[in-house]
Design a protein around this ligand. Structure first.
Ligand code: HEM
Length: 147
């Protein structure tokens, strides 16, 4: 098992980064969709179209990418023995927070689909900064490995 993982390590790392990009792209797009969605009248044809677009982004990009990034990331960590390293603990904390943000976004999308619009456009635009900041910290942690 370890030998196979070592042989495939760079391929796995490439796949990890490809799906990180897909996941991040989805995380950046969704709150933008929400802002445009909230400009439509509840129950209108446009409202329905945004519900459909958000559903597709969730099912085709966001959820599969989250699962693949986690599975491959944990396999990489197992292979290099990262579970005992400080940088990895900090990264794990950050990716758990990012996964929480993902979960919050999915639940807000479901609320919008029910006609509940609880957040202002400004708050949604502010929330949009979360994945960018988290990605910057995560990348510094994995590349520099400061501790
Ligand atoms: C979701 C859970 C995740 C886990 C368990 C995980 C784990 C790992 C591990 C163990 C490595 C190998 C590090 C090495 O070879 O030195 C790695 C590489 C990497 N990860 Fe993740 N990762 C996750 C999510 C993310 C996310 C969300 C990002 C960016 C936003 C990210 C960015 C990177 C980068 C840039 C590398 C390449 C580092 C290098 O080759 O030096 N990862 N990841």
């Amino acid at each position: 098992m370890n030998e196979i993982l070592s042989m495939l390590y760079l391929w796995l790392k490439s796949a990890h980064l490809i799906f990180v990009i897909f996941w991040m792209a989805g995380l950046f797009m969704m709150p933008r969709f929400f802002v445009y969605h909230q400009e439509t009248a509840i129950g209108s044809e446009e409202d329905g179209k945004w519900i459909e677009r958000e559903g597709k982004l969730r099912k085709i990009i966001l959820n599969p990418s989250l699962i693949i990034v986690w599975v491959i990331g944990l396999a990489l960590a197992y292979n290099i023995g990262a579970f005992s390293q400080g940088w990895f603990h900090a990264k794990l904390l950050m990716v758990l927070a990012l996964s929480g943000y993902h979960g919050w976004m999915i639940s807000y999308g479901k609320k919008l689909a029910r006609g509940e619009r609880r957040m202002s456009d400004k708050a949604l635009r502010l929330a949009n900064e979360v994945p960018g900041i988290a990605a910057a910290i995560i990348i510094i942690l994995v590349i520099i490995k400061p501790f």
